[in-house]
Design a protein around this ligand. Structure first.
Ligand code: OAD
Length: 240
């Protein structure tokens, strides 16, 4: 594909893009949280069984956001967002806020956000910075102990799937950055994009589980490879 044929870009990001900011990825050999696998805390069943454990897990991760900053990869994508004249959508699986703190605007959080709370009493969602483990009252309905992290857990439906699928069906280029390709539906976006006729590029530390589906791959650190790729695409160089 020639550069002038690329107008619409969809970018999928995962935990690997935030690794160089100091946030742990999920599927490392030591990717455990106090002995718990992510699958043991990131489910509605885990929350029903042991809400204090699950709230503590997310309270710790929310507090950690104050100690980290966007890295060169987040900044490069924010620059691409600001400068790319065509359609662009950054779909992140990450629940951190590093894309938006770098300045990205055309983005969405398909797995929810650490800085959002969802009241199981009244259904409202609200910006949230503090702990939830202390069972604070909901600012909307006043009932205590009903707020949960506004995070999409295993078995729940990711957010904005209609919008994401529509963007994938219009995409000329799909780029996946820092994700292991282990969790659907995000892991299937590359196939939707290919079906729609898009070029596909993977940028990851190592081949992901879905590496096979990408037409081209670049392996290394997101903090180095993403700025280089953004420079190329903004300069009109064909990605490969
Ligand atoms: P994973 O932890 O599964 O995968 C992270 C990927 O990033 C791995 O393939 C690493 O090799 C790669 N990686 C690590 N450091 C990197 C770096 N500096 N540069 C580039 N790549 C790097 O994380 P995700 O694929 O994001 O869901 O996981 C998907 C979902 O599983 C998460 O959104 C989360 C989790 O359960 C929810 O919380 C709902």
């Amino acid at each position: 594909m020639h550069q002038h044929d690329i107008r619409n870009i969809v970018i999928l990001t995962g935990a690997g893009i935030s690794a160089e900011s100091g946030l742990a990825t999920f599927r490392r050999p030591d990717g455990l949280w106090e002995g718990h696998r992510v699958e043991d805390v990131a489910t509605p069943e885990a929350f029903r069984r042991d809400p204090e454990l699950v709230q503590a897990f997310y309270d710790a991760r929310r507090a950690r956001l104050k100690e980290v900053a966007p890295n060169a990869a987040h900044q490069a994508l924010a620059r691409l967002d600001a400068e790319w004249p065509g359609e662009l959508l950054i779909v992140t699986q990450n629940v951190d806020d590093l894309h938006e703190r770098a300045g990205a605007r055309r983005m969405l959080h398909m797995h929810g956000e650490l800085k959002s709370a969802w009241c199981l009493g009244c259904g409202d969602r609200m910006h949230w910075e503090e702990r939830l483990g202390d069972r604070p009252p909901c600012p909307s309905c006043g009932v205590a102990g009903k707020l949960r992290p506004d995070i999409v857990w295993f078995g729940e439906m990711p957010y904005d799937m209609d919008r994401i699928n529509a963007a994938l069906m219009r995409a000329d280029l799909f780029v996946s950055i820092g994700t292991s390709g282990a969790v659907y539906p995000a892991a299937g976006f590359v196939q939707t994009a290919r079906y729609a006729g898009a070029s596909t590029l993977e940028i990851n530390l190592e081949p992901s589980q879905g590496s096979f589906f990408f037409q081209s791959s670049r392996f290394g650190k997101a903090g180095e490879l993403v700025p280089a790729w953004v420079d190329e695409i903004l300069a009109g160089i064909v990605p490969s």
